[in-house]
Design a protein around this ligand. Structure first.
Ligand SMILES: Nc1ncnc2c1ncn2[C@@H]1O[C@H](COP(=O)(O)OP(=O)(O)O)[C@@H](O)[C@H]1O
Ligand SMILES: [Mg+2]
Length: 269
C-alpha cells in the first residue's frame, strides 16, 4: 500500500477539505520536498514530523499558498463546496484565503503578530478585514478571545511585546481563530517555549481544535506534541515522505527504518 493510500481512513462519502498531489519544490538534491500527496478531511489534525532540514517547513509553505511548487497541485474545497486549485488562482485570492478560512501560526510569535499595536487590535484585524467596523463588536471579540486563550482581558490595550513568550503565542492563536477558520497551519508552535509553558499551550490547542472542529496541519520535530495533537502523521526525511499513517500506529509500530530511529529517540532534532 502506498503512503497516500494509508492516509485514507475516511468513508468514501466524506469529502476532503484539502487534496494534495505530487507536491514538489526542490532547492537542491533532496533539499525541499518532493512527491507529496495526501487528503485532509474536515476536523482532522495532520502532523508532519522529521529531522531538521527534512523539508517540513518547505512543505508547509507550499500547502499554505506562500510559495509556488515546481510541480504538483493543492486543491481546497471552500465554504461553498467548490474545489479551488490554489496555484491557479490569483495571489490576491490566496492572500484572502489565508486571512479568512485559513490561519497560520508561526513558530516565532513576532512573525505572526503586529508588535506595534495592542492585543485587541491584533485580534480585531481579521474581523475588520471582513468588514466588521463596529467598535463595540471588535472590543467584545477581543475580550472573548483573550479569555478563550487564557489571557487576562484587562491586557487588551497592552502591546504584545509586554507579554511573555507563551502569552504571545496564545495571542497569535486568538488572532488566527477569531475569523472562524476551517484550516490552520502551524510550524513548530511550541518550539521556542519552556517545557511547562508548552504543556499548557498544547492543552489549550487540543481543546480549541476539538471544540471548533478545526482541520490542522502541524509541523513539529517533537513526537510528544505529535502524539498529543495529531490524528495522522507523515514522516519526512531528505525531502521525501517515508511513512504516513495513524499517529498511534506510527509511534507504536513504525515500519520504515527511519521512523523506527526517530521513535526510538536515537535521532536528536
Ligand atoms: N528558500 C530556500 N532557499 C534555498 N534552500 C532552502 C530554502 N528553504 C529551504 N531550503 C533548504 O531545504 C531543506 C529543507 O528545509 P526546511 O523545509 O526548512 O526543513 P525543516 O523545516 O524540516 O527543517 C534545507 O536543506 C534547507 O536549507
Ligand atoms: Mg522548519
Amino acid at each position: 500500500m502506498s503512503a497516500a493510500e494509508k492516509l485514507q481512513p475516511h468513508s468514501a462519502t466524506a469529502q476532503p477539505l484539502f487534496s494534495v498531489r505530487d507536491l514538489t519544490r526542490l532547492y537542491g538534491p533532496e533539499k525541499g520536498c518532493q512527491g507529496v500527496s495526501f487528503d485532509l478531511y474536515p476536523g482532522e489534525v495532520l502532523g508532519i514530523v522529521g529531522e531538521s532540514g527534512s523539508g517540513k517547513s518547505t512543505l508547509l509553505s507550499l500547502l499554505s499558498g506562500r510559495c509556488p511548487p515546481d510541480r504538483g497541485t493543492v486543491s481546497y474545497r471552500n465554504t461553498d463546496g467548490h474545489p479551488l486549485d490554489l496555484y491557479s488562482t490569483s495571489e490576491a485570492q490566496r492572500r484572502t484565503l489565508l486571512r479568512t478560512e485559513w490561519g497560520f501560526v508561526e513558530q516565532n510569535p513576532r512573525d505572526g503578530l503586529r508588535m506595534g499595536v495592542s492585543a485587541g487590535a491584533n485580534i480585531g484585524e481579521r474581523l475588520m478585514a471582513q468588514g466588521v467596523r463596529h467598535y463595540g463588536e471588535l472590543r467584545a471579540a477581543g475580550i472573548d478571545w483573550l479569555r478563550q486563550v487564557e489571557i487576562d482581558p484587562l491586557r487588551i490595550d497592552d502591546l504584545p511585546r509586554t507579554f511573555s513568550g507563551g502569552m504571545q503565542q496564545r495571542l497569535q492563536i486568538a488572532r488566527n481563530l477569531v475569523s472562524s477558520p476551517r484550516l490552520i497551519f502551524m510550524d513548530e508552535p511550541t518550539g521556542g517555549l519552556d517545557v511547562s509553558v508548552q504543556a499548557r499551550l498544547l492543552d489549550l490547542l487540543r481543546g480549541l481544535v476539538r471544540e471548533l472542529d478545526l482541520a490542522v496541519v502541524i509541523v513539529t520535530h517533537d513526537l510528544a506534541v505529535a502524539r498529543l495533537l495529531a490524528d495522522r502523521l507523515m514522516v519526512m526525511r531528505r525531502s521525501h515522505v517515508v511513512e504516513a499513517g495513524l499517529t498511534d500506529q506510527i509511534l507504536d509500530d513504525p515500519q520504515h527504518p527511519y521512523s523506527q530511529l526517530l521513535v526510538s529517540s536515537v535521532l536528536q532534532p
